[in-house]
Design a binder for this molecule. Sequence first.
Ligand code: GAR
Length: 196
Amino acid sequence: MKLAIFASGSGSNAEAIIQSIKVGELDAEAALIICDKPHAKVFERAERLGIPCVLFQPKTYSSKQKYEEEIISLLRREQIDFIVLAGYMRLIGSTMLGEYEGKIVNIHPSLLPAFPGLDAIGQAFDAKVKETGVTIHYVDEGMDTGPIVAQETVSIDYNETRETLTKKIQQVEHRLYPKTLQKIFSERKVGGETNE
Ligand code: GAR
């Protein structure tokens, strides 16, 4: 399974996935990272990990469709089978969804459908709920919607700060994402859906 990982920021989830592949826990190939932000920290990580990281800036295209078509032509050239969104802070449009139907997953730092959108960790913290968590789901045209594949709960303790909660959530993300991808890919292999 040949992957393109999409990221907009730090890229810690992208790194966790790539490390899992390197140590043989995730049976896939991370072919490249796609990033929409020129100064994102994920570029440094990609360089250190030896994975190409390619910048596509939406504002340099006349439409979302053109932007996605450019990305798709690279993904086709690289024979990418599956797209992993890892902190990619942009809605996937119909062009990309049509090309990779049922082959795009996302991670979100809450127990969806609670706290979709931006700053889900802060939203949960401000709401003073006792627990939040991490969700991995297939992507559809909505914001953090789409069929859920895996969820894990994270408690918000009485002395929790945003910082400690963020750390706890990230720890879960870095473990849960590679594990869930492995499950998805092994089930697809059994079903004979991969075009490897
Ligand atoms: C992660 O916490 C991820 O769940 C979140 O962005 C962060 C990216 O961190 N994604 C969303 O909020 C998507 N709606 P990273 O760049 O260090 O992987």
